[in-house]
Ligand binder design. Structure first.
Ligand code: SF4
Ligand SMILES: [Zn+2]
Length: 344
């Protein structure tokens, strides 16, 4: 693709590092090391159709990275995750959730950081998640390695008739924009992502990519959509089976400062709808990703509708438009846009 006009502010000003990012943070939420900070059952389309997914937001050690746009640290602990805590949290949530096809263990950090999820806890965690069709965890691409394979191997039930679940690792690619990604303090290049995705898919592990709409330093609405779509394309071409598009939100301190300086512009609901439509089309258009029959699949695109109230600009159509996005997540098809005088 052609090189975009780079935002002058990003290239001319010093970009915030760990110290500036941490200095502007509001206080953490009060959390309990023995409780997930949230859990729910959701429906999500998988390779073979709509599945039920038990999604657990686990409380643990804060991520070692300090990305500019991240607010996941709000629900983390001050120090390393205590041994056994993750297992107790899983037990707590699963005792209160119905059975499900698949499970997400999202820990606001890196699942394969031993200070976030102690390796000694793997056997007890595996015992609890082995029966699920898919087990989805999150991890920074630069922390992908042999621990992922050890965990994948543990998912296989060796008893007669036992079946193994598939491991899926969600990684933040965020954007491939040549200014915005380095400025994000994520310590990541697109090549790092590609290398990690290649490693995982070559070992039978599925890859999900998180892609941001309007990260800091992409401040033009059309460029925001274009870079989100190009990032989805890069993720799929790197081997990802699934992309989840997230509207970059304020609320972590530094994002408010960036917004005041004109270096972050919140996306609109129009833009989120546009990027979803384009990315769904792209998912269909790209060639078959893998010759490995185990990894053959249709590519999936989701938009995160979890916390998009900040995109609401019209009280008349917001709920219907969010419902439409949810329906498109499930069907992986483009639905008729919601009519409203606000965007006629
Ligand atoms: S790697 Fe992920 S969890 Fe860690 S700071 Fe960045 S966005 Fe947040
Ligand atoms: Zn409206």
């Amino acid at each position: 693709m052609s090189e975009p006009p780079l935002p002058a502010s990003a290239s001319e000003r010093a970009q915030p590092g760990n110290r500036e990012i941490e200095a502007l943070r509001p206080p953490r939420n009060r959390v309990d090391a023995d409780r997930p900070y949230h859990f729910l059952q959701e429906r999500e389309t998988g390779t073979f159709g709509v599945e039920t997914v038990n999604t657990l937001f686990l409380t643990g050690k804060e991520c070692a990275f300090k990305c500019l746009m991240c607010d996941l640290w709000k629900n983390t602990l001050d120090g390393p995750t205590p041994p056994g805590a993750i297992v107790r949290q899983i037990d707590y949530a699963l005792a209160r959730l119905p059975a499900a096809d698949s499970i997400k263990l999202y820990n606001s950090s890196n699942f394969f950081d031993p200070k976030a999820v102690p390796v000694a806890d793997y056997p007890a965690i595996l015992e609890r998640v082995r029966g699920y069709r898919r087990v989805i965890v999150e991890n920074h691409p630069r922390l992908i390695g042999d621990a992922c394979l050890q965990f994948r191997d543990g998912l296989h039930d060796d008893r007669p008739g036992g079946r193994g679940g598939t491991l899926e690792i969600a990684m933040g690619l965020e954007t491939i924009h040549p200014v915005a990604l380095p400025a994000m303090n994520k310590q990541l290049t697109p090549e790092d992502f590609r290398r990690a995705a290649t490693f995982l898919t070559s070992h039978g592990i599925r890859v999900r990519a998180f892609v941001l709409l309007n990260p800091p330093y992409i401040t033009d609405a059309r460029e925001g959509v274009r870079w989100a779509v190009e990032t989805v394309r890069f993720a799929f071409e790197s081997g990802a089976q699934c992309c989840s598009i997230i509207a970059t939100r304020p609320g972590n301190g530094i994002m408010e400062t960036l917004q005041a300086a004109g270096d972050y512009v919140p996306p609109t609901l129009d833009a989120l709808e546009a990027v979803f439509t384009e990315a769904l089309g792209l998912a269909r258009a790209l060639p078959e990703p893998s010759r490995d029959p185990e990894l053959r699949h249709r590519r999936l695109v989701f938009v995160d509708t979890w916390d998009i109230g900040f995109l609401s600009a019209c009280p008349h159509c917001f709920d219907a438009r969010r419902d439409r996005l949810d329906a498109m997540n499930l069907t992986q098809t483009i639905h008729q846009p919601v009519a409203c005088s606000c965007h006629a």
